[in-house]
Write a protein that binds this ligand. Structure first.
Ligand code: NAD
Length: 261
């Protein structure tokens, strides 16, 4: 019997089978959770539906997380079709491609607004909307990246959005702790996904990572999924407001020797 038997999870952010959210969904399913999916735009439905079906899920609803009315509509549907949930996964980010190359100071006002809105505020918004449908002891999980705390070339406004997201994790954890709900984030190492492809120079950074990280390998969506099991289950019942690294140890080293010897 899986450790999430009897739990229900709502997952935002599956775009395809390379998505980190898909790695998390598979792990939650393996541990017995019942899954519901929400995707950003109608064009994604043909990709998501067969994936959801593979994991026995029939709840697949579109919701643009930059639109409050769509979030309200989604949670009404969750309440009617699913009832209460125990786990909320937010694996969503967006910045216009032209903000993810060149210098950070070139960020436009509108590009800043969009990146912060979709990549940070949307988490606060879905957590608030989920409160009426949370079972006691629910767990919320968002995805972040090291560019929140160090300047990573070309990550630019997304790094600023992730820094704000990480601060949101702590504020939300403080708000929800007295209600017995927990809020954490996973800071993943670079993984080749659709979103990552938008960051200029990502491929080169991804391949260099294996020389620099202590474990000398890239992380996978399965690695993230397994860590999510810990953060979404009773195994971490004393843990909230944390940023948990799944990055082959990269964040723990200073100047690394780029060799395998
Ligand atoms: P992905 O492209 O597979 O997932 C990003 C998801 O965000 C997509 O499903 C997309 O549809 C969704 N999205 C974008 N705008 C949206 C909106 N307005 N409403 C609803 N959904 C919207 O890429 P991914 O790498 O799996 O990204 C998932 C999360 O992981 C993101 O928060 C990303 O920043 C984070 N992350 C990624 C990496 C990496 O290297 N890939 C590393 C650390 C953190």
């Amino acid at each position: 019997m899986g450790i999430l038997e009897g739990k229900k999870a709502l997952i935002f952010g599956v775009a395809n089978s390379r998505s980190i959210a898909w790695g998390i969904a598979q792990a939650l399913h393996r541990e017995g959770a019942q899954l519901a999916f929400s995707y950003a735009v109608p064009a994604l439905l043909r990709r998501i539906e067969p994936l959801a079906e593979k994991l026995g899920s029939t709840f697949v609803e579109q919701c643009d997380l930059s639109q409050d009315d769509e979030i309200d509509r989604l949670f009404n549907k969750v309440s009617v079709d699913i009832g209460n949930i125990d786990i909320l996964i937010h694996s969503v980010a967006f910045a216009n491609r032209d903000e993810l190359s060149g210098p950070y100071y070139a960020t436009s006002r509108d590009g800043f607004r969009v990146a912060l809105d979709v990549s940070c505020y949307s988490f606060t918004s879905v957590v608030r909307s989920a409160l009426p449908v949370f079972n006691p002891g629910s767990s919320c999980l968002a995805m972040t990246y090291y560019g929140a705390e160090k300047a990573v070339q070309h990550y630019n406004v997304m790094g600023v959005a992730k820094a704000a997201l990480e601060a949101s994790i702590r504020y939300l954890a403080a708000d929800l702790g007295p209600l017995s709900h927990r809020v954490n984030a996973i800071s993943a190492g670079p993984i080749r996904t659709l979103a990552a492809a938008g960051v200029s120079g990502f491929k080169a950074m991804h391949s260099k990572f294996t020389d620099l990280a202590p474990l000398r390998r890239n992380v996978t969506i399965e690695d993230v999924g397994n860590a999510a099991i810990y953060l979404c289950s009773h195994l971490s019942q004393g843990v909230t407001g944390e940023i948990h690294y799944v990055d082959s140890g990269f964040n723990t080293v200073g100047l690394s020797t780029p060799s395998r010897e």
